[in-house]
Design a binder for this molecule. Sequence first.
Ligand SMILES: *[C@@H]1O[C@H](CO)[C@@H](O)[C@H](O)[C@H]1NC(C)=O
Ligand SMILES: *[C@@H]1O[C@H](CO)[C@@H](O)[C@H](O)[C@H]1NC(C)=O
Length: 288
Amino acid sequence: MKLVISDLVAYSALGVVVAGQDVNDTANGMADVIQGKADCASVAAIFARGTFDSGNIGVWVGPQFFEELSARIPSVTLQGVDSTAYKADLDGYLSDGGSSDGAASLASTVNDYNSKCPDSAIVVSGWSQGALVAHKALEQVSSAALNKVAALVTFGDPNGVFSNISLPTSIPSSSFSSSCVTGTVFDPLCAQLPGDFKFPTLISDIVGPFASLPHITVGAQQAEAAASLVAQFPGQLADSWDSFVSNLAPEQFVRLMLTPQHFTYGNNGMAAEAADFVAGLSAVQSAQ
Ligand SMILES: *[C@@H]1O[C@H](CO)[C@@H](O)[C@H](O)[C@H]1NC(C)=O
Ligand SMILES: *[C@@H]1O[C@H](CO)[C@@H](O)[C@H](O)[C@H]1NC(C)=O
C-alpha cells in the first residue's frame, strides 16, 4: 500500500497522472469502415480489453492508448473487439488462456477490414487477457492481412505465464511492443519474478492487493470500475475456485495476481510510449 502510493507520487512528479480524465470505453471505427459508413484510414488499430473491462475497449488502457495513437497518426481508425463475441470474463482468461471466441472475432474484423482496405497498416493490441486474445488472434489472421500487420502492442501481457504463443514468422520481434511495470513494485503477470517471490496459495493472497486498487484510479470511470472489481472479483473467484483454480500449480497462481500495478498502463506513460513505438514504425509511416 505504501509502495503503491509512493509510485503514484513518482508518476505525479513526472506529470504523468491526468486528473479527472474522462474516457469512452467504446470504439467502432473499423466496423464503420467495413459496413461502408466511413472511408478507409491509413492505419487501423484494434484493441482487446482485459478481464472485467467494460464496453469494447474498457476504461483502463484502451481509450488512453487510442488517444495517444490519434495524437500521432492523422489517419487512424480505432476499434475494440466485439463485446458480444468476447465477454472478457474470468472463465475465458483462466480456462481458455485468453478467450478463443474473442481471438476469432478480432481476427475476423482484421480480415474484413483488410479485404476492404488492402493498403492500410494494421495494429493489433490488447491489455491483460486482451493481450492473450491479441496473440491468439494473429494465428487466425489471413496471410494477406498478416502482411499488413505492422505491430503487436501489448500491456501487462501474461503470455509468458500461459502458453507462450510465439509471433507469426512474418512478424519480426522488432514489431512487437510489450509494456510491463517492472522494478521493486512490479506487475507479476508480465515481469520476471524475483527468486524469492512468494507464490500465493489462498484466495486472500490474491484479493488482498485489491484493497489499494481504488487509490491508483484516474477519473470517475476508473474509480467506478475499481469499486466494481473489488465488489465482484472475490466472489467470482470463490465461485470458480473448485472448478479450475484448485487445479493450478503454485507457479500458475501468478496468473491471478491482478495487482494494482496491472491497472496503471493507461496512466503511467506507457500508453504514450507504445504509441510512439507504433508511429515510428516504417510500415506505419509508409502507409500514410
Ligand atoms: C463513444 O464512442 C462510440 C463509438 O464511437 C459512440 O457511439 C458513443 O456515442 C461514444 N460515447 C460517448 C459517451 O461519447
Ligand atoms: C514461458 O516462458 C517463460 C520464460 O521463458 C518460462 O519461464 C515459462 O515457464 C514458460 N511458460 C510456459 C507455459 O511454457
